[in-house]
Design a protein around this ligand. Structure first.
Ligand code: FES
Length: 125
């Protein structure tokens, strides 16, 4: 019996203008949703599932986290691409997918490209 070889396929998500700064778009995949997020002008594609307990990470909006502010003030933002899971508020770094509280937990990421006004994700077949 042969061993199954995992292959990747390119999938067009949408046109570039459909994902504005701080926004995201979800696509369905047989292993679960994949979210494409634009932050700080960059695109990141992640599995829409928290590695802690399985929450949908991307609901209506990408949840910000606290950022450096004046003493006794709290501001929300996406400093360094960090955002918050809606269930238990663990924070994740979109740059490498790591959880700030436990770097052994990682978001599942996928290569994403933006070419000729189209956003394309490379996902498993
Ligand atoms: S499910 Fe995301 S922090 Fe718990």
């Amino acid at each position: 019996m042969g061993e199954r070889v995992s292959t990747m396929a390119l999938r067009e998500v949408c046109s570039s203008e459909e994902i504005a700064e701080g926004q995201h778009k979800l696509i369905n995949h047989y292993k679960g949703e994949i979210g494409v997020v634009r932050y700080n002008g960059r695109l990141v594609a992640i599995r829409n599932r928290c590695p802690h307990a399985g929450a949908q990470l991307l609901l209506k909006a990408v949840r910000p986290t606290t950022v450096a502010a004046c003493p006794h003030q709290i501001e929300l933002g996406y400093q360094d691409g960090v955002f918050t899971c809606p269930w238990h508020h663990w924070e994740f770094d979109l740059r490498d997918g790591s959880c700030l509280a436990d770097p052994r937990l990682k978001l599942e990421k996928f290569p994403v490209q933006e070419t000729d006004g189209k956003i394309v994700v490379e996902i498993p077949d």
